[in-house]
Design a protein around this ligand. Structure first.
Ligand code: FDA
Length: 392
């Protein structure tokens, strides 16, 4: 029977990073994946340009039952460490908005970097390999793979979450956690478009493809980013971000004219251009089709010159606090990540090791640590993978 020091389940961002680090320490590492290629999510990420980190990485950019859990790993392997690695490979990158770093070229450059590092570190990569069973044999693990049984001292689970099953997501990490007695918090799709009931869709449908800057709010959380109307409802960064905080039955609120003093704008129009219709005035601040819909929502007919101050204030209220109730999300089919996962209470935050099962580690998306949109989820994958790789 094959014997190795470390087996890593899942050759995604976190698994490759852990394999590289453990390999560098001279550990015999076997990294396997049921997919035909490593890092498939890296390949499709960031619209093909991989938003590989965020220079504004801070604990409050992550959602977890224990918001302090991520601090140790994020502090020890920082965005600057990953940027240095990217620079060492001569991969050109640029900063988009809000500290988000993207490759100038294809995201496969990041996959190639990791595969090259795996080789240098001497870690073995086995693709198209499935897991049949895992059991404890004394201090070691017996891992039965489709390619045969292997014994190891450390088992690192990096099999990701449930999002995008078409790309190989299986939820295996949660099952392994439960097999070894670890708790798993409630999981749900996150960074995902929101859907609406047919009557609302009839209203929003004609706007499909329209994008505008907005502030989306759910509860006490707000994001000011782009909002995109789709045939199924709402998407765009503002909505993906707020989807991580929204819960079924809750409303969301949209300010579609952020930073605009609507009453002042309308008063000026009333004085200077009294014959204009409201939607024409709004069209100076909103895409034309959205201006038309918002004028309908406000429900005031006629020329702006005839509007009372009260009417102008009510127009502002609608534009800055457009409230609607999503019926759901597009689900794991399109969600960028899975919220929730292996309970951090059962893991050591410095090493990602299960407190009650020495040698068993959980890293990356399968852990109950979920980043905002903007490169934070890859940073968590790098940091948690690095942390496990120092000890596994
Ligand atoms: P990841 O899912 O990457 O890897 C898990 C691996 O385990 C996969 O290779 C899978 O095949 C394998 N696996 C699963 N089940 C298995 C089984 N039963 N047997 C064997 N292998 C198994 N984040 C970000 O920071 N910036 C970005 O630009 C983007 N963009 C983006 C776009 C899209 C479309 C999606 C879906 C997601 C993103 N993300 C992102 C999120 C990011 O991709 C995600 O957080 C990380 O890939 C998580 O890394 P992990 O290594 O934990 O899981």
């Amino acid at each position: 029977m094959r014997e190795v020091d470390v087996i890593i389940v899942g050759a995604g961002a976190a698994g490759m990073m852990a394999a590289i680090e453990a390999g560098k320490r001279g550990r015999r590492v076997l990294l396997f994946d049921h997919a035909k290629a490593p890092g498939e999510k890296i390949r499709i990420s960031g619209g093909g340009r991989c938003n590989f980190t965020n220079t504004g990485t801070r604990p409050d950019r992550f959602i977890s039952s224990n918001p302090r859990f991520a601090i140790s790993a994020l502090k020890r392997y920082t965005p600057q460490h990953f940027i240095a690695l990217v620079d060492r490979y001569g991969i050109a990158w640029h900063e988009k908005a809000l500290g988000q770093l993207f490759c100038d070229g294809a995201s496969t450059q990041i996959v190639n970097l990791l595969v090259s590092e795996l080789r240098t570190a001497g870690a073995a990569l086995e693709l198209s390999t499935t897991l049949e069973s895992v059991s404890r044999e004394g201090e070691r693990f017996l891992v039965k793979l489709s390619s045969g049984a292997v014994r190891c001292a450390s088992l690192v689970v990096a099999s990701g979450g449930k999002s995008i099953p078409k790309m190989g997501a299986t939820g295996l990490g949660y099952r392994l956690a439960e097999q070894f007695g670890l708790k798993v918090t409630e999981t749900r799709p996150a960074l995902v478009p929101l859907t609406f009931e047919p009557r609302m869709l009839e209203k929003l449908g004609p706007l499909a493809g329209v994008s505008t800057e907005a502030i989306a709010t759910a509860g006490d959380k707000s994001f000011r980013e782009a909002l995109l109307f789709t045939h199924r409802g709402l998407s765009g960064p503002a909505i993906l971000q707020i989807s991580s905080y929204w819960r079924e039955g809750d409303p969301i609120r949209l300010d579609v004219v952020p930073g605009v003093d609507v009453v002042a704008v309308l008063k000026r129009a009333r004085q200077e251009l009294p014959k204009l219709a409201l939607q024409t005035v709004l069209a100076a601040h909103l895409p034309k089709r959205l201006a038309q819909l918002m004028a309908e929502e406000i429900g005031i007919e006629g020329q702006i010159g005839d509007f009372s101050d009260k009417k102008l204030a009510s127009a502002e209220a609608v534009l800055k606090d457009w409230t609607m109730k999503p019926t759901g999300t597009e689900g794991y089919r399109t969600a960028e990540v899975t919220l929730g996962g292996v309970d951090t209470a059962d893991l050591d935050s410095a090493t990602m090791q299960a407190r009650a099962v020495p040698g068993l580690f959980f890293i990356g998306e399968c852990v109950d640590v979920t980043g905002w949109l903007g490169g934070y989820n890859f940073q968590w994958a790098w940091s948690s993978g690095w942390a496990a790789g120092q000890v596994a």
